[in-house]
Design a protein. Structure first.
Length: 192
């Protein structure tokens, strides 16, 4: 962005993006390039629109968001490899996570140091252990956690089908019994 900046936060975000580009120029992590978003307008609405996404990008591949920086609050959130891998597994259960753990770990240390050197508070988001995630789900919806999500329209389709089948068999059985027991047979005469 080449225009003059109207707010200090937008200016700070632009400077941060420029320093980021210089620091991580030529760096690749499993074929992906680290990037940070730049401000899109001269105003950040008092710091509300200054959040910058930190990502790993490669043309033709999905972008991996690895964190965010906020110059207004002087805070950075970075996602650990385990956090990213867990999120990827939830979204794409049949696909391998594309980042090599050791490559990302080395880059992650450099990234955290980059922001700490600029006196920004770095928070690291780690993956939730599976037991804690299940416990949270159980606390929110005990029945749903035990048996999985149940849609009202699909609550018990087998039970309904079985009930209808039993009702049909009972009706057919009743009609057959009535015919066999009450219908005049050729060897019997009609009353009268």
């Amino acid at each position: 962005m080449t225009q003059d900046f109207a707010t200090k936060y937008t200016g700070m975000a632009f400077v941060l993006a420029t320093l980021f580009k210089v620091q991580f120029e030529g760096v690749t992590i499993t074929g992906r390039t680290p990037k940070i978003s730049e401000p899109h307008s001269p105003s950040s609405e008092g710091g509300e629109l200054v959040l910058q996404r930190i990502s790993l990008e490669h043309e033709g591949w999905p972008v991996i968001i690895i964190g965010s920086a906020n110059c207004a609050t002087n805070a950075v959130e970075l996602r650990s490899w385990s956090y990213l891998e867990q999120a990827h597994r939830k979204r794409y259960p049949n696909k391998r996570f594309p980042l090599v753990k050791t490559d990302y770990a080395d880059f992650f240390v450099q990234l955290a140091d980059f922001f700490r050197d600029r006196d920004m508070e770095v928070t690291i988001l780690n993956a939730e252990p599976e037991k804690r995630a299940r416990a949270k789900a159980a606390a929110k919806a005990p029945a749903e956690a035990a048996v999985g999500p149940v849609k009202p329209s699909q609550a018990h389709p087998r039970r309904l089908a079985i009930l209808i089948a039993l009702l049909a068999v009972t009706c057919v059985g009743a009609v057959v019994a009535w015919i066999l027991l009450d219908w005049p047979a050729p060897w019997r005469e009609w009353p009268g």
